[in-house]
Design a protein around this ligand. Structure first.
Ligand SMILES: *[C@@H]1O[C@H](CO)[C@@H](O)[C@H](O)[C@H]1NC(C)=O
Ligand SMILES: *[C@@H]1O[C@H](CO)[C@@H](O)[C@H](O)[C@H]1NC(C)=O
Ligand SMILES: *[C@@H]1O[C@H](CO)[C@@H](O)[C@H](O)[C@H]1NC(C)=O
Ligand SMILES: *[C@@H]1O[C@H](CO)[C@@H](O)[C@H](O)[C@H]1NC(C)=O
Length: 334
């Protein structure tokens, strides 16, 4: 690893000389480093600072343009601030396509049958926002989120389920621990395994370990799972009727990484290729009822400082924006 790191720094030095830093940002840089517990070796600091400044300027420019009505959402500096766009995209895992699709009894909806706002948090189906940390386990957070909701519906108890159990144990189903995986394969594991532990007995470590599942400590189960057709109409039926639904999106853009609030819409977002798993917990619209902007409400696993207390409103009914409906799935408990 080390030679590569030195090579990158060397290339930077040769290509552009010492980066010119903006002294007016000194105090903010120090505060940011403290807030996110960052410390760098001397050789690294100037390069990280230069990247951070570039991101700061991009965010400021976006928010200025938002003020002029060019965007529907705001951005904010956060823990990803010292990463280049390329480094950030490397964090995103390519989510493999599910092996098979099972589509059961899903009928095309009549839009008028559904409420105009749904937020499963208000009904007690959703656990607090968590932080996956330095582990590509978004798929496991999405899957536990959907199972937590269905278990709540069945038992009346909202219990935090074990992400670590999925990270460590669902390799035979095709998941790859902290590298990548899908909620679909996670459901397959819970079904095959006939159980899943709670966070309380099998806590999150943000790294891969040996499988330590104990059936005596199983806290949840599923009897089947459903993968929805790639269409926002089906996602609507599911979110309106069933509860939180796992989904995957194209989260590879700077606008996603620094999202703060408003309805997310990224012109460069893919409507078929995904790299991050999330949980859809509702939908609604902003503005006046007739020509308001509608959104899906998604729960992320990047802590509650990101976005709207850990959530994002993402454009709904705009041609499957960021592929939100392409990999939606949910577990069946009964
Ligand atoms: C998923 O992770 C595994 C193990 O690290 C890796 O071999 C594979 O290429 C990854 N797949 C994708 C689609 O990134
Ligand atoms: C909810 O959990 C508590 C504590 O584990 C348990 O005592 C109670 O019976 C559960 N309630 C239901 C409805 O399952
Ligand atoms: C079940 O969980 C409890 C609490 O974490 C732990 O003390 C116990 O050892 C676990 N049982 C097994 C069989 O691992
Ligand atoms: C979209 O992608 C193009 C090409 O990569 C880039 O030049 C442009 O800035 C991007 N637009 C946005 C809004 O990110």
């Amino acid at each position: 690893m080390m030679p590569a790191v030195f090579l990158v720094i060397l290339c930077f030095g040769v290509a552009s000389g010492a980066p010119a830093l903006d002294p007016s940002l000194d105090a903010e840089w120090q505060e940011w480093k403290i807030k996110y517990g960052k410390s760098y070796i001397l050789e690294e600091e100037a390069q990280k600072r230069a990247v951070w400044e570039k991101n700061m300027k991009m965010i400021k420019m976006h928010n200025d343009e938002k003020g002029l009505g060019k965007h529907g959402f705001t951005m904010e500096m956060n823990a990803f601030g010292d990463m280049t766009a390329k480094e950030y995209r490397k964090l995103m895992t390519d989510i493999p396509v599910p092996a098979a699709l099972t589509v059961k009894n899903v009928q095309k909806p009549l839009a008028s049958e559904f409420p105009s706002f749904v937020d499963w948090r208000e009904k007690g189906y959703v656990t607090p926002v968590r932080n996956q940390g330095n582990c590509g386990s978004c798929w496991a957070f999405a899957a536990t989120g959907a199972i937590e909701g269905q278990m709540f519906w069945k038992t009346g108890n909202l219990t935090l389920l074990s992400v670590q159990n999925l990270v460590d144990c669902s390799k035979p189903q095709g998941n790859n621990g902290c590298s990548n995986g899908t909620a679909y394969n996670a459901y397959k594991y819970v079904l095959d395994n006939k159980g899943l532990e709670a966070e309380a007995t099998y806590p999150y470590e943000a790294k891969e370990g040996p499988c330590r599942y104990h059936p005596e400590n199983s806290s949840a189960y599923i009897v089947d799972f459903v993968s929805l057709p790639a269409n926002e109409d089906y996602l609507l039926i599911a979110v309106a009727n069933i509860g939180p639904i796992s989904a995957a999106v194209d989260a590879s853009h700077d606008s996603f990484r620094f999202y703060k609030g408003g309805i997310y819409h990224e012109p460069n977002c893919s409507s078929y290729s995904v790299n991050h798993a999330v949980l859809v917990v509702g939908y609604g619209s902003e503005g006046n009822e007739k020509d308001g902007e509608s959104y899906w409400l998604i729960k992320n696993s990047w802590g509650d400082e990101w976005g709207i207390d850990g959530y994002m409103k993402i454009a709904k009914d705009r041609n499957n924006h960021c592929a939100i409906a392409s990999y939606a799935a949910y577990p069946d408990i009964f």
